[in-house]
Structure formats: C-alpha cells, structure tokens
Design a protein around this ligand. Structure first.
Ligand code: SAM
Length: 190
C-alpha cells in the first residue's frame, strides 16, 4: 500500500530504466507524503529484507512533515533551496554521498503556467548545484519539471554534468500533461 499514486511513476521509470539498485544510497527531494521513499526503500533493500544483496539507504527531504517510514530517514520541514540544507543532508547520507538523487519536488502552483514552470526549473538548477557536493561519480539524477521556455536550459546544464540525459513522460502521469522528468545518468563529477 503506497501513500500516494505517484509511487507508480517511479515504479514505471525504475522498471524500465533501473535507477534504484540494492545497496544504493538515495536522496529523495520533495519526499512528502513518502510514496517514492517507500518504493526506494524496497528497491535499494534499505531494510535488508533480502539478505543476498547489499543494503541501501534512503533519505527524504521535504518542506512538509513526513510521517515516519521504516527503512527511511526523513528531514521534514526542510527547504532544499536553503543553503544550510546541504550540510544537514551530508551529515545524514552514508559517507555524505548519494548514488541517486530523486526529485519529485513541485512548488505550490500559482496557476500561472510560466511562473510555476520557472520556479520548478530554479529548484532543479539549485539541486544540480548541490549535486556537485553529494553525488558520487557515475551517479544519477531524476528530476521532475514542467514544460516551458527554460526546460532546454536545464537539459543543457544536465548534459554538461552527465554523460546521458533523457526525457521521460511516464504513463502514470499522463493526466498532468505538462509534467515530465529528466533522467541524467553517469555523473561526470568534478
Ligand atoms: N514523490 C512524493 C511521493 O511520492 O510521496 C510526492 C511529491 S509532491 C508531488 C511534491 C513535494 O515537493 C511536496 O510535498 C512539496 O512540499 C515539496 N517541495 C516543494 N518545494 C520544496 C522545497 N523547496 N524543498 C523541499 N521540498 C519541496
């Protein structure tokens, strides 16, 4: 039982593109209410349920409160756009590093499409900056964006830092037509 239908988007993406593997450390940005974290806990084996594969780690961050979830660590009421958040994240991730950064973050929509689009792109670009400090070489980043004029800019920035960047439109998010994800793989590191 998942906390939110958004789980099916991540399951679909992961089934197709294998983002989450046993043993991985995952940073889940915009994690409330926690459905993506539920999926991540299962797929990285954060609870050690499968003794035959490595044990992973899941850290979720959100502006809102997130109810506790077995196998995950949460930073509730925390703004990813706040500079001090980086240190909090680093102190919680094993060795301060993540194999995968997930972002399903979405700012409160104003209804003004272009403005909402810009706000989300700004969040993603901020996260990309932060990834320099926490993402392992060859790591991955999956981030939601809303279509609009700056999507190309984000895509280009991702391409500078990752060897492989693709756009994903999950079946499970067809309802929300402006929503897509970039999956950036093989982080070049610094
Ligand atoms: N993936 C989640 C799940 O499966 O349960 C759903 C995420 S929901 C679509 C988007 C979340 O992004 C909201 O909970 C919102 O509070 C969060 N968010 C928006 N801006 C944020 C920010 N600056 N820092 C942290 N979280 C943020």
């Amino acid at each position: 039982h998942y906390r939110c239908r958004s789980a099916f988007k991540l399951l679909e993406i992961d089934d197709k593109l294998r983002v989450l593997r046993p043993g991985f450390s995952v940073l889940d940005c915009g994690a409330a209410p926690g459905a993506w974290s539920q999926v991540a806990v299962q797929r990285v084996n954060a609870l050690g349920t499968d003794a035959a594969v490595p044990i992973g780690f899941v850290l979720g961050v959100d502006l809102l409160r997130i109810s506790p979830l077995e196998g995950a660590v949460f930073l509730s009421e925390t703004d990813m756009a706040e500079p001090s958040t980086l240190r909090a994240i680093q102190s919680l991730l094993p060795l301060g590093k993540a194999d995968v950064i997930l972002s399903d973050m979405a700012p409160n929509a104003t209804g003004i499409k272009e403005l909402d689009h810009q706000k989300l792109i700004t969040l993603c670009l901020g996260l990309l900056d932060m990834s320099q400090s926490i993402l392992k070489p060859k790591g991955m980043m999956l981030c939601k964006f809303w279509d609009g004029s700056e999507a190309r800019l984000l895509q280009n920035r991702l391409k500078e830092q990752f060897q492989d960047v693709r756009t994903i439109k999950p079946q499970a998010s067809r309802k929300d037509s402006a929503e897509s994800y970039y999956l950036a793989r093989l982080y070049r590191g610094k």
